[in-house]
Write a protein of this length. Structure first.
Length: 360
């Protein structure tokens, strides 16, 4: 068809190929008899394009029907196959000798003629049987492909695939990057500080979610990330992506095994003992967690230094990052109370940063 194909209702259910727009059409330019016809996906030798249907009529004529949209072509295929099936049921085809013919089974989906000769089928089930045959072939090909697939490590070494950054364990990510602080975290912090720590609502105002997700996809699928690209000019997109990174860590920056320990420590009434206990807990963290925490909290302290301009006080930053950096492994009934403690722990580390990280 030059423009499109549509099925016209009628007794014979012909397939019409109009030359003009349907609204301007008075008579079909060409019709195809669907009784006894067969529809299948066109093999590559007949068309190099994608989403091509091969319609073969009772008299041996063949038509190729194509559209760029796979769902649309699938809808066409179903409509044509249903029409063929209905016609074969309601109006059996008779050959010259008066015998009932079975033209719908001459070519099923998959175009396996030898198989059709061994297993003849009637028109009503030709399409469904063809679909099952086509599905079986796809499964066999996928099975062979999976059996031949190279090892994952080989693909990584050759650079064919890149492991994700978001949703990766902190320890695994740092080992892969041969460091103790993720490169994406450092890059985000440098960008935010370069563009200005005095921006109103820094880390409190949410950036455009769609743009943040685009940035996330870029980080996960591209070796090179340029945060100075115009697409990421909004600093709230950068801060939103950084928060999303920590939120999606399988295990938070404060590990699950330390959650109750930090909660117990923040409840200590004596301020000196409380500070020492929290410092000892931070020092006992895995190296990647401790170093990443050190870099992040140093940055957040710089953000707080500009609280008169950005309106981000210690309490505001703690509210934003508390539930993100510190959470229990399982949801509990007293989550509201835990949230208070989570914020207090982050606030304490911010206030006592020089004491907890004296070498900064």
């Amino acid at each position: 068809p030059r423009n499109r194909a549509r099925c016209l209702p009628g007794h014979d259910h012909p397939l019409s190929f109009p030359q003009k727009h349907p609204a301007m059409l008075t008579t079909p330019e060409h019709t195809v008899e669907l009784r006894g016809a067969a529809v299948s996906w066109a093999p590559k030798e007949k068309s190099s394009k994608k989403n091509v249907l091969n319609l073969k009529t009772r008299d041996g004529s063949e038509f190729l029907i194509q559209h760029d949209s796979e769902p649309i072509v699938a809808t066409w295929q179903k409509a044509i196959a249903d029409s063929i099936s209905k016609l074969s049921t309601d109006f059996p085809i008779h050959d010259e000798n008066g015998n009932v013919g079975d033209f719908g089974a001459k070519e099923r989906l998959g175009n396996n003629k030898d198989e059709d000769k061994k297993n003849p089928a009637s028109g009503p089930v030709a399409s469904s049987l063809g679909s099952e045959s086509d599905t079986s072939k796809v499964r066999n090909r996928l099975r062979k492909l999976l059996q031949k697939r190279p090892p994952l490590q080989f693909l990584r070494e050759r650079g064919y695939i890149k492991d994700q950054v978001f949703g990766c364990f902190l320890q695994t990510l740092c080992e892969r990057e041969h460091g103790t602080v993720p490169g994406f975290v450092q890059q985000c912090i440098q960008t935010v500080e370069h563009r200005g720590l005095d921006i109103d609502g820094l880390y409190r105002i949410s950036g455009n979610l769609a743009t943040i997700q685009k940035l996330r996809y870029k980080v996960d699928h591209d070796e090179h990330l340029d945060l100075d690209d115009g697409r990421w000019e909004d600093v709230h997109v950068i801060t939103g992506a950084l928060k999303l990174f920590f939120r999606e860590l399988p295990e938070p920056l404060f590990p699950f095994s330390y959650f109750d320990k930090f909660i117990t420590a923040i409840k200590i009434f004596d301020q000196v003992k409380r500070s020492k206990c929290i410092r000892d807990l931070v020092c006992s963290l895995p190296e990647t967690n401790r170093d990443t925490m050190k870099v992040l909290f140093q940055h957040l302290c710089r953000v707080i230094d500009y609280k008169e301009q950005n309106r981000m006080s210690v309490q505001s930053v703690a509210i934003v990052f508390g539930p993100t950096l510190l959470r229990p492994e399982t949801e509990e009934v007293n989550m509201a109370m835990h949230m208070v403690f989570q914020n207090q722990i982050v606030e304490h580390v911010l206030n006592q940063y020089s004491y907890i990280f004296p070498d900064s």
